[in-house]
Design a protein around this ligand. Structure first.
Ligand SMILES: Cc1ncc(COP(=O)(O)O)c(C=O)c1O
Length: 402
């Protein structure tokens, strides 16, 4: 059936995201939800109190378009405290509606009709549609399981005169990998070779999981790279760092020229972000300046708990280096597509997880991997693991007896 002109879709192939679909199915099935990436535990009561304080203090009207001035100063201070470069809050930081809006605004600011943007699959689902809405072409470069390492030679081979943007996600959702210093150097070399001319390459670094790093790893940010800092947008999320995904507050750090262009889009898109929530975060950072330092250990304990409880389940768990997810190879339990496996798991084990194939433009049909979120109460993780172990024992046991 063809659509009439009034309903012609600009994104005809885009449906509801797999995350929303699986969360909806989890409710329908009464399943334990370790699929979608959001915490199911309460927020710090001190943070909740900061909202009341902010509202009482009168932060109830439009916030400045660029973001609460003192919040931006606090962000700059936190960046320096974490060992990052000095950032000018006035000209280099913009508060956005979650990290998602920074990603969208940066893409609209950079990509013009006919331009090409490189993304690495598995890719977070917000990149491709935003590139296409800008009139650009999204070039998908696969990262192969199980290591998901960058092949920069391959990237080089895909560059054209139209390449305008390269998007990296570090730490990576859903691969749970982190980029190395050598990866950033290789990316910088690609940008350098193109030169600054009138068609430079801009980098968009999705660093929303910057603090969710495991086993003593340090985050390699484009912001601190001597070359990349001058040509990159770096995107962050208080949703991830303070466990408040529903507040929808994130920010973008970029040099003044790139920030100016981003704000031109942001100004007519979100315009400004919820005033009491920005002020509440500012107050909280003032009262708990080290809140972000606890994030790695907090999620690392949850990752370890889930991994320990899934031992013997038949799932093979590659080491997660960062992000608040854990991948699981289920090939010892079932030989079916990942979408089919997640369906079986939700129907039969009452556990919701996320298949990996929707993160790829061209998924490998032989891939047998699903993603579990560790940002859940310990009880949720224990129950999910118990149900998966039971399901697996029943299946592998019945296979043995048949
Ligand atoms: C890789 C990645 N980027 C960006 C986002 C969006 O962050 P926010 O919820 O702050 O919009 C997410 C959220 O899950 C994510 O996983």
């Amino acid at each position: 059936m063809s659509n009439g002109p009034a309903t012609r879709s600009k994104l005809p192939d885009v449906g509801t995201t797999i995350f929303t679909v699986m969360s909806r199915r989890a409710i329908e099935q009464g399943a334990v939800n370790v699929g979608q990436g959001f915490p199911d535990y309460p927020i710090d009561p001190d943070l909740a109190a900061c909202v009341t304080d902010a509202v009482a203090a009168g932060f109830n009207q439009y916030a400045p378009m660029e973001g609460n001035v003192r919040l931006r100063a606090a962000i700059a201070a936190a960046i320096t405290a974490a060992g990052g470069r000095a950032v000018d809050p006035e000209s280099e930081i913009t508060v956005s509606c979650g990290g998602t809006e920074s990603i969208y605004s940066a893409i609209q600011a950079v990509v013009a009709p006919g331009d090409e943007a490189i993304v690495f699959d598995p890719a977070y689902d917000a990149y491709d549609p935003a590139i296409r809405l800008a009139g650009g072409r999204c070039i998908h470069v696969p990262l192969a399981a199980p290591h998901f390492r960058y092949d920069w030679g391959r990237v080089r081979g895909l560059l054209t005169q139209r390449t305008r943007l390269i998007i990296i996600n570090n730490p990576h959702n859903p691969a749970c990998t982190v980029a190395t210093a050598a990866d950033l150097d290789a990316l910088a070399a690609i940008v350098r070779e193109r030169g600054a001319g009138d068609r430079p390459i801009t980098v968009l670094a999705d660093e929303v999981y910057e603090h969710v790093l495991y086993d003593g790893r340090r985050h390699q940010s484009v912001m601190n790279h001597p070359e990349l800092r001058g040509c990159s947008y770096a995107v962050y999320s208080f949703g991830k760092t303070l466990h408040i995904t529903g507040w929808r507050v994130g920010y973008c750090v970029a040099p003044p020229e790139l920030t100016r262009e981003l704000r031109k889009v942001h100004q007519f898109n979100a315009f400004s972000i919820a005033a009491p929530l920005q002020e509440a975060i500012r107050l909280y950072l003032e009262r708990h300046p080290d809140a972000w330092r606890r994030v790695g250990a907090f999620f690392s304990a949850k990752r370890d708990l889930l991994r320990a409880r899934l031992e013997g389940s038949g799932l093979v768990l590659p080491p997660a280096q960062g992000s608040y997810f854990q991948l699981a190879d289920y090939s010892a339990i079932a030989d079916c597509s990942d979408v089919e496996f997640t369906e079986r798991l939700i129907n039969d084990a009452k556990v919701a997880v996320i298949p990996l194939s929707p993160f790829y433009r061209e998924p490998d049909p032989a891939m047998r991997i699903v993603r579990l979120c560790v940002a859940k109460r310990d009880e949720t993780l224990l129950e999910a693991a118990r149900r998966i172990c039971e399901y697996s024992a029943a299946r592998t046991g019945s296979r043995r007896s048949s």
